[in-house]
Design a protein around this ligand. Sequence first.
Ligand code: NAP
Length: 320
Amino acid sequence: MKAIRVHEFGGPEVLKLEELPTPKPSKGEVLVRVHAIGVNPYDTYMRAGTYALKPPLPYTPGSDAGGVVEAVGEGVIKAKPGDRIYTARTISGAYAEYALALEQQVHPLPERIDLKQGAGLWVPYGTAYHALHHQAKARASETVLVHGASGGVGIAALQIARAMGLHVIGTAGTPKGLQLIKREGAHRVFNHGNAGYQEEILQATGSRGVDIILEMLANVNLASDTKLLASSGRVIVIGSRGEVTINPRELMSRRASIRAFTLWAITPAEEADIHAGLFAGLENGTLRPIVGKELPLAEAARAHKEILEAGSAGKVVLIC
Ligand code: NAP
């Protein structure tokens, strides 16, 4: 099989397409014929060697795939050959024509979701679901600002928040992104590239502020986020690429809080919740993963460059 291998940490050029033996599933394992792979920003940090989790070298990147079960090992009961599934982590890496996964890492795809959409599920939708349900404990009457709504996590958050009944404000950095987030559920949209857009957001809430902020770029926005919160508001930090200084008094006067998490650290009960909630939303059509760009597996290096560039419009997926 063809697979992307990383033999040393470094720039996108360390992603090499190689021939490897197709793995065989052992007891409790599932072999997946991968059709599409979701590229996530953390794949690039891990490849660069700057991420908290450093895999032993060489390794095949990727946790998110959409595919079909090819074979199952002894004792597997949840999946059978021919099942359409998405992966939430794998054993052998998702950037490959075949991936080995534990039985509990593969999840069924409803009929209406195709395999490319399946590749855009686990990290983006799992993160957005966890942020809104478990971290923010969002309620239907609340207002959420999805700060960075045009990317993978942002679009997922818009759709989930709309399905929960929240009033949704979203930001993007390009006209294409703004159009997309409006279409995917934002009631109000703002360009995070425009000077003074935070003041416009505050005005759009009648100066009350927002109850929840899902923050994709905390190092840039956290200080101004604290001034956009309503009383008892909470910022949920999802993404950050550096340090930031904040004024705690902005939180004190609002009885507000900042929470942060990584998807790696969720509990098994939270993960079970996430998959059940996502399946229901995918099945009833309220959740619709948006594929913004498709590239062949061989162009993984290009995907790693482009995922970090401005102008997001949905998921970047690799096709096998
Ligand atoms: P993505 O698809 O690359 O999207 C990045 C988003 O950030 C886009 O919507 C982009 O908007 C937006 N952005 C750019 N400049 C911004 C600014 N000044 N203010 C607010 N937003 C801005 O990435 P993703 O998959 O959605 O992930 C988003 C972030 O969350 C990444 O840093 C990722 O590493 C992190 N993340 C963390 C977890 C976790 O477990 N905590 C899980 C998943 C992702 P434009 O392109 O329209 O400007």
